[in-house]
Design a protein around this ligand. Structure first.
Ligand code: NAI
Length: 327
């Protein structure tokens, strides 16, 4: 049987952690033949560490055959030791009266420390997924704080936006989500993201032709996908967790095991593709194979799309400018 791989998860006692760990341990992320060792990180706070202990008891009680070990940590230098995968879920949420700049600064501190720790102790091939918001900027900070690791190994989660868009398009076209191909989401994981179905097909038919309604695109589809997180908070009283965990599983599974030629969306550092300045962590269409992703190049960007891409890029550059002095 295969040698176990090490999977670090931060914020492990949080909502998303609770929806995520059991699926990693059951083999849904890295395959039903791949044993995993979970290296879980929480803040040193006693309540968080106790909650983490409870989650670990439940992991034990699931008796997952693929779970080769579980560790609880409060220090990223221990949690990230030799880790092959790192899912950075824990982040500082916006508290009452907290300004955006304070939020960025609080997260810059967390992701600088975690980037440095990954740089010091993780596997040299570690694949990093940042889920904690602001996800793109946190991924950028971690990447900048880990100069000895390949920049391409730092990614941000746009997959929930991608999956939300796929679900809306399946409903609109009366087809199945699994039949939808070549969908992507450009930009920042925020309401400014640009979900783009111009190239998408369902059962081989163009979704753009089937929908044939640019007003629906601009006034219904994009706001629905962009504000879906807020709609879930309004309905549930809590932010999306199971769907976020599911998207994290999808992102890592496709990165590790390949997308079989299909497009998926990942937030990855630009190399200048589509005029996005190098280093900006941006949602792009990618294909994945052999543990590597490749940005889909050569797509036409029409005027509407360029306008949307410019908006989400400007927001992202504003965030990155806001943390530059902290790096
Ligand atoms: P939560 O508040 O339930 O859990 C977060 C956990 O992280 C807490 O247990 C907290 O103690 C821990 N934590 C905070 N700072 C930490 C640090 N420095 N090291 C280790 N652990 C730390 O939050 P939830 O619902 O699990 O969400 C986690 C993050 O994911 C949030 O930032 C949220 O905004 C983000 N998110 C991102 C999505 C995306 O599509 N990219 C979708 C949904 C949520």
């Amino acid at each position: 049987s295969k040698t176990p791989v090490r999977v670090a998860v931060t914020g492990a006692a949080g909502q998303i952690g609770y929806a995520l760990l059991f699926r990693i341990a059951s083999g849904e992320m890295l395959g039903k033949d791949q044993p995993v060792i979970l290296q879980l990180l929480e803040i040193p706070d006693e309540k968080a560490q106790n909650a983490l202990k409870g989650v670990i008891m439940e992991l034990e009680d699931c008796a997952f055959p693929l779970l080769a070990g579980v560790e609880a940590h409060s220090d990223p230098l221990q949690a990230f030791k030799d880790t092959d995968y790192a899912l950075l879920v824990g982040a500082r949420p916006r508290g009452p009266g907290m300004e955006r700049a304070d939020l960025l600064a609080a997260n810059a501190q967390i992701f600088t420390a975690q980037g440095k720790a990954l740089n010091a102790v993780a596997s040299r091939n570690v694949k990093v997924l940042v889920v904690g918001n602001p996800a793109n900027t946190n991924a950028y900070i971690a990447m900048k704080s880990a100069p000895d690791l390949p920049a391409k190994n730092f990614t941000a989660m746009l997959r929930l936006d991608h999956n939300r868009a796929a679900s809306q398009l399946a409903a609109k076209t009366g087809t199945k989500v699994g039949d939808i191909k070549k969908l992507t989401v450009w930009g920042n994981h925020s309401p400014t993201m640009y979900a783009d179905y111009r190239f998408a097909t369902t059962n081989g038919q163009s979704i753009k032709d089937l929908v044939n309604d640019q007003v629906w695109n601009a006034d219904t589809f994009l706001p629905t996908v962009g504000k879906r997180g807020a709609a879930i908070i309004a309905a549930r009283g809590l932010s999306s967790a199971a769907s976020a965990a599911n998207a994290a599983i999808d992102h890592m599974r496709d990165w590790a095991l390949g997308s079989n030629g299909e497009w998926v969306t990942m937030g990855v550092p630009s190399n200048g593709e589509y005029g996005i300045p190098a280093g900006v962590v941006f949602g792009f269409p990618v294909t994945t194979a052999g543990g590597e992703y490749k940005i889909v190049e050569g797509l036409e960007i029409d005027a509407f799309s360029q306008e949307r891409i410019n908006i989400t890029l400007a927001e992202l550059q504003g965030e990155q400018d806001g943390v530059k002095h902290l790096l």
